[in-house]
Design a protein around this ligand. Structure first.
Ligand SMILES: [Zn+2]
Length: 120
């Protein structure tokens, strides 16, 4: 059923100030149509907080919150790239920008469009 095994991937923002590591089986990727994701045009993978590790860049990460102030969106304050966010519907999980992942081949992974706009 699931022929993808869990693997570790490192990622970073554009300038490299923010670096992190995630472990996921990459079963699916998601997009979101909420007001901020539309602007970011992000494709994300969801990982549990125990599978997410921030390596460097805590000082460069800027946190942005809006609306219910539950979701926490992070971006690098040097290069401005969205790296990951802490999800509102699942506070113990992170949505990670897959384009920040190094050497990550996302071909063939289904992309599910999630509806965030309705939650606003
Ligand atoms: Zn950066």
């Amino acid at each position: 059923m699931n022929n993808r095994s869990s693997k570790k991937c490192s990622g970073s923002c554009h300038c490299g100030a923010v670096q992190f590591e995630i472990t996921s089986d990459f079963e699916e990727l998601t997009t979101c149509d909420c007001s901020i994701c539309r602007l970011k045009n992000a494709v994300m993978v969801k990982v549990h907080e125990s599978d997410f590790k921030l390596l460097t860049g805590e000082e460069q990460l800027t946190e942005y919150q809006f609306h219910t102030m539950t979701a926490r969106h992070f971006f690098c304050n040097v290069c401005g790239i969205y790296t990951f966010h802490n999800k509102r519907v699942a506070p113990d999980s992170y949505g990670v920008n897959i384009f920040c992942l190094k050497e990550f081949d996302y071909e063939g992974i289904p992309v599910r469009q999630t509806v965030g706009a309705g939650m606003e």
